[in-house]
Design a protein around this ligand. Structure first.
Ligand SMILES: Cc1cc2nc3c(=O)[nH]c(=O)nc-3n(C[C@H](O)[C@H](O)[C@H](O)COP(=O)(O)OP(=O)(O)OC[C@H]3O[C@@H](n4cnc5c(N)ncnc54)[C@H](O)[C@@H]3O)c2cc1C
Length: 642
């Protein structure tokens, strides 16, 4: 049924696939992995998964993790695809590989790395990242777990002084891991040295029971994330050896001398690693949701035209308005994430090879903003895709709810998005100051902040859209700076008077950044690819302006006629995307099995799929007369007495 639609695509799909995956090598690797998952019985589409208890889901996920391990090196960040291919739950050890090992690599000394790294990599030392507590998450400096140095024994006494200090949320803590990277306030001789990481065995090697002095458990069911054993943990004067403190940047000697060394800023490195994965890999879930919604919108027909033919819902302009700006945003975020990966790698190389920290601030700021922007995009995209599929979008068999459930926590974890936007805002303000005081110190990327106005003839051209997005961010940043400085107490002003303006200003930076990356990707491409990408980039740029133009309005940089032109132009571009929509989502190369959606196969009868699932696979129907029927009689009896 969709073959005719496929033929309408006006660009070479394979070239697009390579662009979406960052090159042929990565796309081929993705296909190879997908093929493995498609042909393995353990990973066959199984919508009855959602009828299972959490216990059973956790066990199935464990079995799947073993099978995935047989072919996939989970520790290799460049090929971090298994979770993307099996969206029903994040595999066991994801936290270990994506958070614990990178943290170890940057925070442990060379001796500690040589002692532990092999054990870590082959999972003989399986750990979780235990930072967050019941009472404090974002505010890491105020964590309350303490590690008090005992001079008599040269040990650290790890203790949870109150309920608030209970470690809460670490993934893989609840059931599985044997070690934990515990973040605690270091105290030596009554003096506090701030929060530091301690690598501690928490469960017995033989029995797997929590060691004496440690209480551990799973925190309970969540919104999605059902297979992940996010846990809690408290310590009762638990004794950890001297070398449990990861001591690349701080050392405590046997007799209690504390020595700081190196540049502790490098500690940001481990967070960057995971944030980069969230941008690079997890943004792909937006494309997965769009594939489902766009395919389904081609299968689904509602109401008839003048010729008594039913209309595909993708032909309705309102449906296009729901999906096409998101499709454009997906492409923008993917191209942005490719650039971010380059930036992160460049920063790592400079630090590790030349002790050069010059890119650290910039990388941290851009990555913070991108993590916030892209994770918001994916959750928003999944929700709109669900809404665009009507009733069927609500069912697990559509493959859409799982994307929303599994992706929305990314807004909160690894740096809560508002906090991250505020960190980017701090960097923007610093660059704004430098524009006046040290213009040469401002990275090329942030020179746009000096703009007061831009002259545009056609507001909808790519160059002008970029200029307007930059100007919008510059105006909002200056507005936030003025707001911040209009109060004498800067800290109070930041927290209670100008937070909205600061977060807003920062949130307008990434659309500008994404457009620069989009333009970079479009340049030098073959004509047909360039044409369709330019259409997408214009839709993205226009949508971002229409959604966030407060800065331009504040300074009268956009008038009502120009706003109307923006709206009209975006609508005029939809018919081009309509022809290419299927090819644009199919360039991701997702197989039916990987997509796990009964409403959006490559070819097929979606209604038969849904009917077959409900009537043949839904385990709730296995028993013809369900046990719950006895309650109907009881209800009748109760009702009769009313
Ligand atoms: C699925 C999942 C997995 C997780 N895995 C782990 C893990 O493996 N290890 C681990 O240690 N932790 C983990 N966490 C915890 C996670 O890191 C924290 O939830 C996160 O850092 C946010 O902290 P919080 O919950 O304390 O939120 P809070 O910081 O309390 O935020 C609540 C609200 O207050 C706002 N807010 C707070 N401070 C400010 C401020 N200064 N300015 C403006 N607004 C503010 C926030 O924007 C937000 O809207 C996980 C969480 C989830 C949901």
């Amino acid at each position: 049924m969709l073959e005719a639609e496929r033929k309408q695509g006006q660009f070479p799909q394979l070239e697009m696939s390579h662009l979406l995956y960052g090159g042929k090598e990565y796309f081929d690797k993705f296909l190879e992995r997908q093929n493995f998952f498609d042909n393995h019985p353990m990973f066959k589409v199984n919508h009855d998964f959602y009828n299972k208890s959490r216990q059973d889901q956790i066990l199935l996920n464990a079995e799947r993790t073993i099978e995935a391990f047989k072919t996939i090196q989970l520790a290799d960040p460049n090929y971090y695809t298994p979770n993307v291919l099996c969206p029903q739950g994040i595999f066991i050890s994801t936290v270990h590989f994506a958070m614990v090992i990178p943290a170890f690599q940057v925070l442990a000394s060379d001796e500690q790395i040589s002692k532990w790294m092999t054990l870590l990599k082959n999972l003989n030392a399986f750990g979780c990242y235990a930072q967050t507590e019941l009472g404090h998450g974002s505010d890491v400096q105020n964590l309350q777990t303490v590690a008090v140095f005992d001079k008599q024994t040269s040990e650290f006494v790890i203790h949870t002084p109150n309920i608030e200090a209970t470690k809460f949320w670490p993934g893989e803590l609840g059931l599985y891991c044997e070690f934990a990277l515990v973040f605690a306030q270091l105290q030596v001789d009554g003096k506090g040295y701030g929060v530091h990481p301690f690598w501690i065995r928490i469960r017995d090697k033989e029995t797997h029971k929590p060691l004496s002095g440690i209480e551990i458990g799973d925190i309970g069911p969540k919104m999605g994330y059902s297979v992940k054993d996010n846990g809690f943990m408290s310590f009762d004067h638990f004794r950890a050896p001297l070398d449990s403190l990861l001591n690349r940047y701080i050392k405590v000697s046997r007799d209690g001398k504390v020595e700081r060394q190196g540049n502790p800023k490098v500690g940001y490195g481990s967070m960057m690693y995971m944030r980069n994965i969230l941008c690079d890999q997890y943004t792909k879930f937006g494309g997965r949701a769009l594939t489902i919604a766009i395919r389904y919108s081609l299968y689904r027909k509602q109401f008839k035209d003048d010729n008594k033919q039913e209309i595909r819902i993708l032909d309705y302009q309102c449906q296009q308005q729901k999906l096409f700006p998101l499709l454009a945003e997906f492409y923008a975020c993917v191209f942005g994430s490719v650039k971010i990966k380059e930036l992160v790698n460049d920063n790592f190389n400079r630090i590790s090879q030349q002790n050069d920290f010059s890119l650290l601030g910039l990388t941290h700021a851009v990555l913070s903003g991108a993590k916030a922007n892209y994770t918001y995009f994916v959750a928003n995209c999944a929700e709109w895709c669900r809404l665009s599929c009507g009733g069927h979008g609500f069912a697990h068999y559509s493959g859409l709810p799982v994307i929303f459930f599994e992706m929305s926590p990314n807004i909160t974890l690894e740096g809560e998005n508002t906090i991250l936007n505020l960190q980017l805002a701090r960097y923007l303000l610093k660059q704004l100051q430098h524009i006046v005081s040290k213009p040469n110190a401002v990275p090329e990327f942030f020179k746009f902040l000096s703009q007061e106005t831009v002259k545009v003839d056609d507001v909808t051209s790519l160059d002008n859209l970029i200029a307007l997005l930059g100007l919008n961010c510059a105006i909002l940043t200056k507005y936030a700076a003025q707001k911040l400085m209009s109060h004498s107490d800067m800290k109070e002003s930041w927290d209670t008077k100008s937070g909205i303006a600061l977060a807003k200003a920062a949130s307008t930076f990434i659309p500008y950044f994404n457009m620069l990356c989009f333009l970079d990707t479009i340049n030098n491409k073959a004509k047909d690819t360039k044409t369709i990408l330019t259409v997408l980039a214009r839709i993205y740029g226009i949508s971002m302006l229409l959604n966030n133009m407060q800065g331009l309005l504040l300074k009268n940089q956009l008038n009502s006629q120009q706003i109307k032109t923006l709206q009209d132009t975006r609508e005029s571009l939809y018919p081009i995307i309509r022809l290419n929509a299927l090819s644009l989502v199919e360039a991701q190369g997702l197989s039916d099995n990987s997509l796990q959606s009964l409403i959006a196969p490559k070819e097929g009868d979606v209604y038969m799929n849904m009917y077959n699932f409900a009537s043949k696979e839904n385990s709730l129907n296995k028993q013809q007369v369900h046990n719950g029927i006895s309650y109907i009689q009881k209800m009748r009896e109760v009702n009769a007495k009313l």
